[in-house]
Design a protein around this ligand. Structure first.
Ligand code: SF4
Length: 280
């Protein structure tokens, strides 16, 4: 009973976050949502030594379905032992880029991740789907959008005739923020150049940004969802559409209709671009 009420409150506040892009804070953050301590600057031991038990991850995922709190970290990126090959930005292919950045420790998320999530799909995709950051399932598997939200994304794509293998799916951040919190500004700034390089290599015709974090990071803006969904943006010559993140859709099924409209628009624009290229 209490959980039902709590879930409704969460849906309400998550709705506000998705609509307005503003975050709500407790005056005093509950203990279970406190920031993960910043790790030591020198990495010791293997990553597997700090991998949590699966049961713990499931509990953690459940908690974060309830509340996702942005955690304030330092204003500038905390540069650890970066472990990114210095010539990463000269990579000529996605495989090469992956190998140059897969051990990245440029921001604190590198210390808390289980697996680096590069993204996957067609390296020559016409459509790139970009979300916020990996969740618990993605962190465990090293693949993007494989949890419940990912399964919903697959269905959303299929509803307008796209398959996952047709598109490239990635995130702004390649490592999971602890507790699925919103990535901090310094973490986004540290990771975004990798996404830009992926976009440069794939050269998609369209970008579908899922949720406000992805949209506002790409568009360098502070839009509210109501301002931008259903509209077309030019992102460095790439037609960019914004819709709700599937995780938000799981919490608020009433957003299915606007997502459906956004996807139909994407399909229409895609078909028109194919027709146009046939005539050229
Ligand atoms: S989130 Fe990005 S910048 Fe931070 S450690 Fe992971 S790959 Fe590096």
């Amino acid at each position: 009973m209490h959980k039902d009420i709590f879930d409704k409150i969460i849906v309400f506040f998550e709705g506000i976050r998705q609509q307005t892009g503003e975050y709500l804070y407790f005056e005093e953050m509950p203990k279970q949502y406190e920031a993960v301590p910043v790790p030591p600057t020198t990495k010791t031991g293997s990553q597997t030594s700090k991998e949590p038990q699966e049961s713990i991850i499931i509990m953690e995922e459940k908690k974060t379905e309830e509340i996702r709190q942005p955690i304030q970290l330092s204003a500038s990126p905390i540069l650890l032992d970066e472990k990114v090959l210095p010539d990463w930005d000269r990579a000529k292919s996605l495989d090469e880029l992956y190998n140059k950045i897969k051990d990245c420790q440029k921001c604190p998320l590198g210390m808390t991740r289980t697996k680096f999530v590069f993204g996957e799909g067609n390296p020559n995709a016409d459509i790139m789907v970009i979300g916020e950051a990996p969740g618990a399932d993605e962190d465990m598997q090293g693949r993007p959008f494989v949890g419940r939200a990912g399964q919903l994304l697959t269905k959303i794509l299929e509803s307008v005739g796209f398959e996952r293998k047709d598109v490239f799916i990635g995130n702004i951040n390649k490592c999971r923020p602890p507790g699925n919190r919103v990535p901090a500004k310094n973490e986004v700034e540290a990771c975004e150049p990798f996404l830009l390089k992926q976009i440069e290599l794939i050269r998609p015709k369209f970008i579908l940004a899922l949720g406000l974090t992805a949209a506002n990071t790409l568009l360098k803006s502070n839009y509210k969802m109501g301002d931008i969904r259903g509209k077309l943006f030019d992102y460095n010559g790439i037609q960019t559409l914004v819709t709700y993140h599937p995780a938000a859709l799981l919490r608020n099924p009433s957003w299915k209709k606007p997502v459906w409209e956004d996807m139909k628009l994407l399909r229409k624009l895609y078909d028109e671009s194919i027709e146009k290229s046939k005539k050229e």
